[in-house]
Write a protein that binds this ligand. Structure first.
Ligand code: RNT
Ligand code: ZN
Length: 422
């Protein structure tokens, strides 16, 4: 295990290496204070939620696979897991809740009945533990979502039920934001779509627009609530058409001044969300990111430090847009230690932002503007071998967080002492 002295020494050597390309790691680390990661509560229990003791993800075009032991089965366990995660990552965190994670006290509370009181214990916890909160309506894992349609349903009763659910979610989110004095992002994602080729896409999309208009007729102050909408290309059981497509929501968000959520698992595999950021930011004030890892047809693997997230982070940093981008994670892998999944994914996302902040962007831009494309390419390659991992280690040390592989052993112990006993 590296000692404090050796981590500090390695950092000083890293600083010298970066100095030769006119990058100051101290400045990059200061900038990391602007990188807040919103932690998705749903990796802790495979998107089950707490409506019933054994709630399971179903019927929403998404699926968690794997049976690794130790998932959180109660709110107390989920809090315990998140508090553990907190001790293993540097930097600011928020907690992103789904509506099915309310504190329902074992009572049946249907989605069109949820109220702020079901989330008060979460708000109190967030206040105590210095977490911001984010929120999401849950328009899946429910009998009224089983036919594949919610806000775009042609069944008026069903559509109205979901409109009421989302309206209540916005009200709850705004109240969370008021109590925490910190705006809550309420992100709307619905699974609506069809397995086989439909003939009437148009009516479903018109209905979705109508539902959103009804939902957003309620006004809340921006300082408490930020609304975002999330598109998708296809899902499990909605392979042929998804109502809330990218074009649909991009149009809606621009026309109605909402945030657009870019989930990097929701596009054709060769499309890059990193490339979309500077396009979308010309037309919307703020973005929400769902950072994930798509693997073939599935989009929810644990985030790793790959090209895709590097480009996302680089494009945000290069556009000086950190303040306009809300960074959330979104994956649910039930096949491995779930605390490990959180910590590895958060660290990977943070590393991507740190890597981007350790770039001599002005030099690269100057090369580009003068047509020096070999020099631009060479410098970008050189950056990949610079000791950014050493800078991240120092970032952990600064924040009193276990450095590098140290967290593996700590999570193994947590598994032995806590998770394996659930
Ligand atoms: C599903 C969307 C959505 C969900 C969460 C649980 O494809 O990505 O964001 O993952 O709402
Ligand atoms: Zn998502």
């Amino acid at each position: 295990m590296a000692t404090t002295a050796s981590i500090k020494k390695a950092y000083q050597l890293a600083r010298e290496q970066y100095k030769s390309i006119h990058v100051e790691p101290d400045t990059a680390l200061k900038k990391m204070n602007e990188v807040t990661i919103s932690l998705h509560c749903w990796q802790s229990d495979d998107v089950g939620g707490f409506e019933t003791p054994d709630a399971e993800l179903s019927g929403g075009g998404i699926q968690a696979t794997g049976h690794y032991p130790g998932k959180a089965r109660t709110i107390a366990q989920l809090k315990q897991d998140i508090e553990k995660v907190r001790t293993l990552v540097p930097g600011k965190l928020r907690l992103n809740l789904h509506a099915i994670y309310g504190d329902f006290q074992k009572k049946k509370v249907d989605r069109d009945q949820i109220e702020i009181r079901h989330f008060q214990t979460w708000i109190d916890w967030a206040k105590k533990n210095d977490f911001g909160l984010d929120f999401n309506p849950t328009c899946f894992s429910h009998p009224l979502a089983e036919d594949g349609f919610t806000l775009s349903s042609k069944n008026e009763k069903q559509r109205k039920f979901w409109v009421e659910h989302v309206r209540r979610c916005r009200k709850i989110a705004a109240e969370m934001g008021r109590q925490l004095n910190n705006p809550v992002v309420n992100n709307i994602w619905i699974p609506d779509g069809s397995k086989d080729t439909p003939v009437d896409r148009n009516t479903h999309r018109a209905l979705l627009k109508k539902s959103l208009d009804e939902i957003f007729a309620d006004h809340y102050p921006k300082k408490y609530l930020k609304d975002s909408v999330e598109s998708k290309l296809f899902g499990i059981g909605s392979e042929s058409m998804v109502v809330g497509s990218h074009e649909f929501y991009l149009g809606y968000a621009i026309q109605n001044k909402k945030l657009i959520c870019l989930d990097n698992g929701h596009y054709h595999p060769t499309e890059q969300v990193g490339d979309k950021i500077s396009s979308v930011l010309q037309f919307v004030d703020e973005l929400l990111l769902h950072v994930t890892r798509g693997v073939r047809w599935d989009s929810d693997h644990v985030v790793i430090f790959n090209d895709e997230i590097q480009l996302i982070a680089q494009e945000i940093v290069r556009a000086n847009a950190l303040k306009r981008v809300n960074i959330g994670l979104d994956y649910f892998d039930a096949s491995l230690n779930r605390i490990g999944a959180y910590v590895t994914g958060i660290r990977a996302a943070q590393l991507a932002f740190l890597f981007a902040l350790l770039e001599p962007t002005a030099t690269l831009r100057a090369y580009e503007e003068s047509g020096r494309t070999f020099e631009r390419l060479a410098l970008l390659e050189i950056l990949k071998a610079k000791p950014f991992g050493t800078v991240y280690d120092y970032y952990c040390l600064q924040n009193n967080i276990p450095v590098a592989e140290e967290y593996i052993g700590i999570i193994q112990k947590y598994e032995r002492d806590v998770l394996s006993k659930r």
